[in-house]
Design a protein around this ligand. Structure first.
Ligand code: SF4
Length: 468
């Protein structure tokens, strides 16, 4: 029996080194014990992993390395053994990573998905509370992850809160950032973190302001924000009253709307498919943009909307609020829709790229345009959204959105103002992004361009009415 002693529950490098040596010697998975720490080594005549065999070295697909790196963070004790088994399959079977029917691969994939979800939850639900210290304030948060994700998530918090001095305490491990160096400490208990601070009132006000009852699905909300996190969230104190208000309004809407009695009506199924898609997108790592952003900003609106607006990417405020088009450009967009007589509530609004790409300058996060590779990576999600919603008209706001919708780069000035027939029969329109109007320095030019934008939206609104 071979015993592999890993240094920590998330010791991917340790697993990889041992797994490669064991696989090169063709050691059977049943003959290996994976353990954290070295307490029990050499009992019962166990052996350490065999030495390197350079002549039997082999390469594995990048997709496996990424998958294994993520799945290693799962709490399931069998994760190392499962990954080793898959590694052996890759060695002996061509296309082992493409075998979507493989129960082993599916199981590993589920582990990785759970880890990605947990990482997303940590990013979304960590709330810092101020603690005065002799060198200034330190912001301390308490978080209880489901899996061994804290170290893997550290880079995100360092990039996101570079200028703050902060600590994140968890039962297994603590992270401490002093603005320059990241240190690890032992696990802590909830009582080690402060329970409230003066910033909470501001946060609660912000949460109440961005709370959107139209998006409220109590079940989905509980799966996205399980009650175990509520204890750490200042805004959780508001949830019951906000939910009660929203449910009363929803009940009134249901009473006023004729509905199919069947729970599996096509409409309900589309909503469920959309929810699944959005949940999946929350853990997306198809391109590097997920690393620095707070969360995936998925599209929103009716899943049977006849009209879809596609923007470029979420901005700073959208990244924090979790919704598309709520920042300054979104407000201008709403005003223009109003002026054009187009009801935003009847449209599905999304972005070509779902994570906020930015560069940090001091405390500010400055927007950066996504590159062609990022647009292409994220086009997968946009295509899924469009195939679910199946709109009659798609409006691309700006060059990035046009690239995503049309599949090629176009010049806005040459493309705007006329319908473009897509292969599937949908009608596409291209116009400027509202942020372009905000950036125009000349007031007269801004007013002129805004009027043109409103006129285009009016034409599109008329086409939509004619088509429905
Ligand atoms: S930007 Fe799009 S493709 Fe890239 S990680 Fe985010 S959701 Fe995935």
């Amino acid at each position: 029996m071979y015993r592999v002693a890993l240094t920590a529950p998330d010791d991917f490098d340790g697993w990889r080194g041992a797994a490669r040596r064991l696989a090169a010697h063709d050691i059977d998975p049943a003959d290996i014990v994976w353990q954290i720490g070295s307490d029990a080594s050499d009992l019962f005549g166990d052996r350490p992993p065999p030495p390197e065999r350079p002549e039997a070295a082999f390469t594995v697909p990048r997709a496996f390395v990424d998958l294994a790196q993520t799945a290693t963070l799962h709490r399931a004790p069998e994760r190392f053994a499962l990954l080793y088994e898959q590694l052996r399959r890759i060695r002996s079977q061509r296309g082992a990573m493409d075998d979507s029917a493989s129960p082993l691969l599916r199981r590993i994939d589920m582990l990785a998905k759970a880890v990605r979800r947990d990482m997303h939850k940590m990013r979304a639900f960590v709330r810092f509370r101020e603690m005065p210290e002799s060198e200034g304030s330190r912001y301390v948060a308490w978080f209880e992850p489901d899996h061994h994700i804290v170290r893997a998530n550290a880079g995100f918090f360092v990039r996101r809160f570079t200028t703050m001095r902060w600590s994140i305490l968890t039962p297994e491990l603590s992270l401490h950032w002093d603005g320059d160096t990241l240190n690890e400490g032992p696990g802590a208990s909830r009582g080690d973190a402060p329970q409230d601070d003066p910033v909470e009132a501001i946060w609660k006000g912000y949460y109440a302001a961005i709370f959107n009852p139209a998006r409220l699905k109590t079940g989905a909300m509980l799966s996205e924000m399980p009650r175990k996190y509520w204890r750490n969230l200042p805004e959780a104190a508001l949830i019951p009253q906000l939910v009660a208000g929203a449910q009363a309004r929803e009940a009134a809407m249901i009473a006023a709307t004729p509905r199919s009695p069947a729970d599996d009506s096509p409409e309900r199924n589309s909503v469920r498919a959309w929810q699944r898609l959005r949940d999946e997108a929350m853990g997306c790592t198809r391109c590097p943009l997920h690393r620095d952003a707070t969360q995936t900003i998925f599209g929103e609106g009716p899943v049977d909307a006849p009209l879809v607006f596609v923007g470029e990417q979420p901005g700073d405020q959208e990244d924090l609020a979790g919704r598309p088009f709520v920042g300054p450009a979104g407000q201008l967009f709403d005003q223009a829709l109003d002026a054009a007589g187009v009801d935003r509530a009847r449209a599905y609004v999304t972005n070509a790229v779902k994570h906020f790409k930015h560069e940090r300058r001091g405390k500010r996060r400055i927007h950066q345009t996504p590159d062609a590779g990022e647009v292409q990576a994220c086009r997968w999600w946009l295509t899924q959204e469009l195939s679910l919603v199946r709109p009659r008209l798609i409006v691309a706001l700006g060059a990035t959105a046009a690239r995503a919708v049309l599949g090629k780069a176009v010049t806005i000035s040459r493309t705007r103002g006329r319908p473009i027939a897509l292969e599937d029969g949908t009608e596409a329109w291209v116009t400027v992004h509202p942020s372009y109007l905000l950036r125009l320095p000349d007031e007269a030019k801004r007013a002129e361009e805004r009027a043109r934008f409103v006129e285009e939206l009016r034409t599109i609104g008329d086409r939509m009415k004619a088509a429905t």
